[in-house]
Design a protein around this ligand. Structure first.
Ligand SMILES: [Zn+2]
Length: 286
């Protein structure tokens, strides 16, 4: 089976509220012509969700999928980082991680599947390229085939209040955070070198994240204590063509018969073969 046709894949991501700390890039100044009001429902502001938070979230889901197969994953941090001091590092090594890069047998090796995907030392890039998601509140301008999303930029104001009882919850300061509300779109991932085990692990990692979407550990971005970052996610069937991919996001339309047939084909023929490749690779590494 050829994997080269699965170089580009899409993950559907839906969330009521995402707070990517303070790193959402927006075009609000441009769009508002200087008259931007935070609370104006007429704001037609789009922006970009950088890939950094998305990548960490995905990696964590994939690590868990490796653990579920009784494998260990490359630790995401350097062994000499500060967290080593307080025992977190050795605790992680007990919980399904090996020290970053220990899986490399030689300089040309690929290491474990997580190392292969996300990269490691020096200038070795990971083989999965994670792109930012461009979002827009104007649905008709969203191109899902280019990894875009419908979403509404919001600026949330948060009062930080004093925790001293005698202060009677006096506001100390007011902070503003950038958020995206009602996000629904396609996250575009590209494999620099598609391998069957990569696709299987992506599918399993995304399933894991979807099943654990309300776990604090598997929410995305900030504001998790306030219901932010709960993400519905699914791998869009990589057999779909562009028209079918667009149709996934069209609330008025369901699957065509052709899409249903491709779903069966994916589940019965493609995925099992990719999963055997993953099983083999995880087993070989342990
Ligand atoms: Zn590794």
């Amino acid at each position: 089976m050829k994997t080269s046709e699965f170089r580009d894949v899409f993950v559907r991501i839906r969330s009521d509220l995402l707070v990517i700390d303070d790193s959402i890039m927006t075009d609000r100044h441009h769009a508002s012509n200087g008259n931007y009001e935070d609370n104006d429902p007429q704001n037609q502001i789009g922006g970009i969700i950088p890939a950094f938070s998305l990548s960490g979230w995905l990696r964590h889901g994939m690590e868990k999928a490796v653990h579920e197969r009784d494998g260990t994953a490359c630790h995401p941090g350097e062994a000499n980082a500060n967290f080593r001091k307080d025992g977190v590092y050795s605790r992680d090594l007990d919980a399904g991680y090996h020290p970053k890069g220990d899986c490399l047998e030689d300089e040309d090796g690929d290491g474990c599947v997580i190392h292969d995907l996300f990269g490691g030392f020096g200038n070795r890039p990971g083989k999965v390229m994670r792109r930012p998601i461009k979002f827009s509140p104007v649905r008709s301008s969203v191109d899902y085939t280019r990894g875009q999303a419908e979403g509404h930029y919001r600026r949330l104001n948060r009062n930080i209040v004093s925790r001293n009882r005698e202060d009677n919850r006096e506001p100390l300061r007011n902070t503003e955070v950038d958020a995206v509300a009602n996000l629904d779109g396609a996250w575009h991932l590209s494999f620099r070198e598609p391998k069957p085990e990569f696709i299987a692990l992506l599918a399993e990692g995304i399933d894991y994240l979807d099943a654990h979407q309300t776990d604090f550990m598997h929410q995305l971005g900030g504001a998790r204590n306030f219901g932010g970052g709960i993400v519905d996610c699914e791998l869009v069937n990589p057999l779909y063509n562009e028209t079918e991919l667009r149709r996934v996001f069209d609330r008025g339309k369901g699957n065509t018969k052709k899409m249903d047939a491709k779903d069966d084909e994916w589940a019965d023929e493609y995925l099992p073969e990719f999963q055997s490749a993953l099983a083999e690779r995880v087993e070989d590494a342990s």
